[in-house]
Design a protein around this ligand. Structure first.
Ligand SMILES: Cc1ncc(COP(=O)(O)O)c(C=O)c1O
Length: 393
C-alpha cells in the first residue's frame, strides 16, 4: 500500500517540541511515559486506517486473498529490521501473547523449574504461576537487588537461581520497573549450562537496542518476544515472536485456531478474526523511525534519558537506581520522599503530577519505596524533565 509522506519527519530534522505535531499527543501534557504504551505517530495511524478501509471494502477478498501475502511482506520487513530470518518471525498481538504462546506450548512435567526475575513483568510472572498451579512446577525467583550496583549483580542473581537447574529461564531484556538493560550475553550461557531453554522478554528492546535476533538464537535464545508499539511507534496490537527452527517445532499460539498443526507461519498468521491493520502498519512505523535515522533515534533517546536523569537527580538530591550505562531510553529514580509506597499512594502521586503539573509519568512501588520511571522521546525536550524536577523539588 502506498504511504503518504505528509507526517513523515524530514531527514536530519531537529528533535524536540517541533516534532510534536507528528503525533496526536495532547500538547498540554509533558508526556514522560512513552514506555508504557508507546504513542503512534499520525503517519502510522493513517496507514493503519488505510488497511482497515481496504479490509472493509471487501472483507472476504481481503482476508482470504490479500492478507496472507500482506502479512508475509510486513513480517519480512520487520524481520529485516530485527536481524531475523523472515521464517523465524511471527506476529502476535503483544509481548504477553508471545510469552503465553511459549510458556503454554511447553510440555511441562511435574517438578520442572522456571527461573524468572523478581522484577519481571507481572503478566509473565502470573503466566508462570498459572502453569505452576496446573502442572506442579516450581517458580524460582532470580532476586535482582535494587538499587542495582551494576550488570554483575544481575548475572549473579540468575546464577544463584539457576544453581538447582531449570527447564526454562525467562530473561527481561529491559526490565519494566527498573528500566535497566540486562546483560543477556552473560546470562544466556549460564542458562544453557544448567539445561534451561531460554525465553527473552524484549518488550521494550526494539527501537532502543540494536538487535540481531538470528545471532541471538545461535547463542541459545530459543524464543524472543517483543513489542512494536512501544519504541518502534507502531499501533497497539503489533508484537512479534522470533523462534529458532528448534524452538518452532512444538510452538503454538496461545489461542488455537483454524490452522492448528499446519506449521509456525500458518498457525500464528491466523488466531481468529481480528483487525490486522496494526501489524500491517509496522512498515509505516519502520519508515518513520528510518526517516528519523535509526541510530540517531536510539542514541538521542539514550542521551536524553541520561541528561534528564542527571538533572532530576540534581534537583531532588537523589541517585538513579543503577549506573547510567545500564539505561537506554528510560531511567528509574527514587522520589524525594520518605513516605512508604503502596499501590494507592503511587496511583495518587501519578494523579497529582498529572492534575497539578500536567506531567504524565509512572510512579512505581519497589520494595516499599516510591520510584519514578522517566521515558525519553524525540518529541520531548529537557524542559519537560525540568518541569518534573521542579514539581517535586
Ligand atoms: C518487560 C515487559 N514485558 C512485557 C510487557 C507486556 O507488554 P504488553 O502489555 O504489550 O503485552 C511489558 C509492558 O510494558 C514489559 O515492560
Amino acid at each position: 500500500m502506498r504511504i503518504r509522506a505528509a507526517f513523515l519527519p524530514t531527514r536530519g530534522s531537529r528533535f524536540g517540541h517541533g516534532l510534536r505535531g507528528l503525533w496526536s499527543l495532547d500538547p498540554a501534557i509533558h508526556f514522560l511515559n512513552h514506555g508504557s504504551y508507546g504513542a503512534a505517530p499520525r503517519h502510522v495511524l493513517a496507514e493503519e486506517s488505510r488497511w482497515r478501509d481496504a479490509l472493509e471494502r471487501e472483507p472476504v477478498r481481503f482476508m482470504v486473498d490479500e492478507l496472507p501475502a500482506a502479512l508475509r511482506a510486513a513480517g519480512a520487513r520487520l524481520a529485516g529490521f530485527l536481524g531475523a530470518s523472515p521464517s523465524r518471525l511471527a506476529f502476535v498481538d503483544n509481548a504477553t501473547a508471545g510469552a503465553n504462546a511459549v510458556l503454554r506450548s511447553i510440555r511441562w512435567r511435574a517438578g520442572d523449574r522456571i527461573v524468572i526475575a523478581n522484577h519481571a513483568y507481572p503478566a509473565l510472572k502470573n503466566t508462570a504461576r498459572f502453569l505452576a498451579d496446573r502442572h506442579g512446577l516450581t517458580v524460582v525467583e532470580a532476586r535482582v537487588p535494587w538499587p542495582l550496583p551494576g550488570p554483575d549483580a544481575l548475572v549473579a542473581a540468575y546464577a544463584k537461581a539457576l544453581a538447582g537447574g531449570a527447564r526454562l529461564a525467562i530473561i527481561d531484556h529491559i526490565f519494566s520497573p527498573l528500566a535497566v538493560v540486562a546483560p543477556i550475553d552473560a546470562i544466556v550461557p549460564l542458562c544453557r549450562e544448567r539445561g534451561a531453554s531460554v525465553l527473552v522478554d524484549g518488550a521494550h528492546a526494539p527501537g532502543l537496542l540494536p538487535l540481531a535476533l538470528d545471532a541471538l538464537g545461535d547463542t541459545g535464545v530459543d524464543w524472543y518476544v517483543g513489542n512494536c508499539h512501544k519504541w518502534l511507534c507502531a499501533p497497539k496490537g503489533c508484537g512479534f515472536i522470533v523462534a529458532t527452527p528448534e524452538g518452532q517445532r512444538d510452538l503454538h499460539p496461545a489461542v488455537i485456531s483454524n490452522f492448528y498443526g499446519e506449521g509456525f507461519e500458518r498457525e500464528f498468521a491466523w488466531t481468529g478474526t481480528g483487525n490486522p491493520g496494526a501489524r500491517l502498519a509496522v512498515t509505516a512505523a519502520l519508515e518513520f523511525i528510518e526517516a528519523l535515522g535509526v541510530e540517531r533515534y536510539r542514541t538521542a533517546l539514550r542521551d536524553q534519558a541520561r541528561e534528564a536523569s542527571a538533572l532530576i537527580a540534581d534537583a531532588w538530591g537523589v541517585e538513579a537506581g543503577a549506573p547510567a550505562q545500564m539505561f537506554a531510553g528510560m531511567v528509574t529514580l527514587p522520589l524525594p520522599s520518605a513516605e512508604p509506597a503502596t499501590p494507592e499512594s503511587v496511583a495518587n502521586w501519578r494523579l497529582k503530577l498529572l492534575r497539578e503539573h500536567r506531567i504524565e509519568v509512572p510512579i512505581i512501588a519497589i520494595d516499599g519505596h516510591p520510584w519514578v520511571r522517566i521515558s525519553a522521546q524525540v518529541y520531548n525536550e529537557l524542559s519537560d524533565y525540568e518541569a518534573l524536577g521542579r514539581a517535586l523539588a
